[in-house]
Design a protein around this ligand. Structure first.
Ligand SMILES: [Zn+2]
Length: 321
């Protein structure tokens, strides 16, 4: 077994703390780097000290994906240890740094939210937040990791692209040591969050839930004794966790179908949310938009639902209803 130590870092997200891992490979490696906040910063430093380490001992950081609870402290770490190298998917830096892309993200999501049926005010508010989020100030990615690569400095680990949760998500698997580092792809006891990223300009958006289901099947083939997740405990039965995620998705899909059955005629995505999550969706509408839109993608793919645009807004209805 490769020695891997977990350090929990505080976030202000409903999911609770995020995990960073210290992997004692050929290079001392930090996997993921928390949310940018003082408490998390303190906990990271403290966690290292408990292991007899300092930030200056770290030689590289591998990022599983760009979300700000996994990349937030990178800039601060670099300030203390400028020689540390950052390894990530090819799109991680682009997503976190390209100003043109961030602007375009706002535009893309404004249009998507209107098509989903949100009011103009809501669409503008949430689109702005999508385009103006945390990003890398000084950090940049030094080495790109792609499917099948052996990770420099962690030679027994290979990269597995696990798209779905985000469009730049990677996991690391050691067949040798039967250890699997899976970021937010698989989290024990929590339903799989789907997030949409704006595509690059001129491309179609991804369908995250379809990707996600493929990524889950890909992982079913691994023989991992221990799976190190981005949140929550270390998982000792990977396939059980995969089945739980699939079950959850089936339940969610069933609830969307039931909601659509109750409606008379075609409904918008936002109407589905208002019915399913009445009184709970307002604070985090965007989370529910991504969740329901990705389920609708899946139902369309399965030919259970058809969509049509009415006055610029997508309306969905069940086939054979
Ligand atoms: Zn994430």
């Amino acid at each position: 077994m490769q020695r891997i130590e977990r350090v929990e870092l505080t976030t202000n997200f409903p999911i609770g703390p995020v995990n960073s891992y210290i992997v004692y490979g050929d290079k001392l490696t930090l996997i993921d780097a928390g949310l940018k906040n003082k408490q998390g910063w303190y906990e990271l430093n403290n966690g290292l000290h408990r292991l007899g380490l300092n930030l200056s001992d770290l030689e590289q950081i591998v990022l599983t994906h760009h979300h700000n609870d996994h990349t937030g402290l990178v800039d601060w770490i670099l300030e203390k240890n400028p020689s540390i190298k950052i390894l990530a998917h090819k799109d991680t830096e682009f997503t976190l740094k390209d100003e043109g892309y961030l602007e375009w993200s706002s535009e893309f999501f404004y249009k998507l939210f209107l098509e989903f049926g949100l009011t103009k005010d809501m669409a503008a508010h949430w689109a702005f937040r999508k385009g103006h989020r945390d990003y890398f100030q000084t950090a940049k990615v030094d080495a790109v990791l792609k499917e099948g690569d052996f990770v420099p400095g962690l030679p027994s680990f290979q990269v597995i692209e696990t798209l779905g949760h985000s469009q730049d998500h990677i996991s690391l698997y050691s067949a040798d040591k039967q250890q699997f580092i899976c970021g937010d792809h698989i989290i024990k006891g929590v339903h799989a969050g789907m997030f949409l990223d704006a595509p690059k300009q001129g491309s179609e958006r991804a369908k995250p839930l379809l990707q996600y289901l493929d990524s889950l099947e890909k992982c079913r083939k691994l023989s991992a004794k221990l799976t190190y997740s981005g949140h929550g405990p270390i998982i000792d039965n990977l396939n059980e966790a995969i089945d739980a995620h699939i079950n959850n998705i089936e339940k969610r899909t069933g609830r969307v179908i039931n909601t659509m059955k109750k409606a008379e005629g075609a409904v918008t995505g936002f109407e589905i949310i208002q019915d399913m999550y009445r009184g709970r969706y307002e604070k985090a509408v965007i989370t529910f938009v991504f969740e329901i839109l990705s389920v609708l993608d899946l139902l369309k793919e399965q030919n259970l639902v058809v969509g049509e645009k009415i006055n610029g807004v997508d309306h969905y209805r069940l086939v054979n209803e």
